[in-house]
Design a protein. Structure first.
Length: 256
């Protein structure tokens, strides 16, 4: 085996094992000093010119790359299945059972706004399509299911969709009636409102003097907010036990 052929094999191994293109400095330190690196690389590139892998030059670096003319034949297409979100499943069910239905009607039934991409996902899957425009102000687009929807779910027609009884038996619907559900919600809201009213009435019935005393303490006697100083006696609060025992207050100027 000649020395030149051994150098070509070494360059081939280095370039094949490298994870990125290699420059002249990186290749030269593995070869003898008298080796003509440029000539060796050009010769190695010629050997791979008509093969499935080519030695190509990118700037000052060299690397093995697959032949450009084989790229279309190496393309692999793989179908990626994506799971529908809960919003998409609910939207699809509403469209199937209420079609033709508008976006606003879907939002009204679900009780929440419909995100921008929900209908796009169903449209991309080929399960829904525009059916026309509603003859109402704004002329909103109506949506319905497609033949692909029937084929995917194994339905002969829309009449084969499961009814309310079948959905309840499968545990997909609330077994309570809608009136009972609304009544429970209303009772909860009324109970909460009653609690708030009871709390408010309790606050209103509390003696304001007690609130002031608890917040600021008892006022000193020499303050104008408390009992007047001197020999005069402050009137007891109305409704208190002391006021009832003392009886009516005599008018000014009358002798007691």
């Amino acid at each position: 085996m000649s020395e030149r052929f051994q150098q070509l094999r070494l360059l081939e191994a280095l370039l094949f094992a490298a994870a990125e293109p290699l420059g002249p400095e990186q290749l030269a330190r593995h070869l003898p000093e008298q080796a003509d690196l440029e000539t060796l690389l050009e010769e190695l590139s010629g050997l791979y010119a008509n093969r499935g892998v080519n030695l190509v030059r990118s700037g000052r670096r060299w690397a093995f790359r697959t032949a450009a003319d084989l790229a279309p034949l190496m393309r692999v297409e793989k179908t990626v299945e994506r799971k529908l979100s809960r919003a998409a499943v609910e939207t699809l069910a509403i469209v199937a059972y209420h079609q033709p239905v508008t976006r606003g009607e879907i939002e009204e039934i679900r009780g929440v706004a419909l995100s921008k991409g929900t209908l796009d996902v169903l449209l991309e899957a080929g399960w829904v399509k525009p059916k026309g425009r509603r003859r109402t102000p704004g002329r909103p687009v109506t949506w319905g299911t497609t033949e692909a929807f029937l084929d995917h779910f194994g339905l002969e027609s829309l009449d084969a969709l499961p009814g309310a009884g079948e959905l309840k038996a499968a545990g997909l619907l609330d077994t309570r009636s809608a009136v009972a559900a609304v009544g429970t919600q209303g009772a909860t809201e009324d109970g909460a409102a009653g609690s708030e009213e009871a709390g408010a009435s309790e606050v209103q019935e509390e003696d304001p003097w007690e609130i002031l005393s608890s917040e600021f303490g008892e006022a000193p006697e020499d303050q104008t907010t408390g009992a007047p100083s001197g020999d005069e006696t402050a009137d007891p609060p109305r409704g208190s036990a002391a006021g009832e025992a003392a009886g009516p207050r005599p008018a000014r100027g009358d002798k007691s």
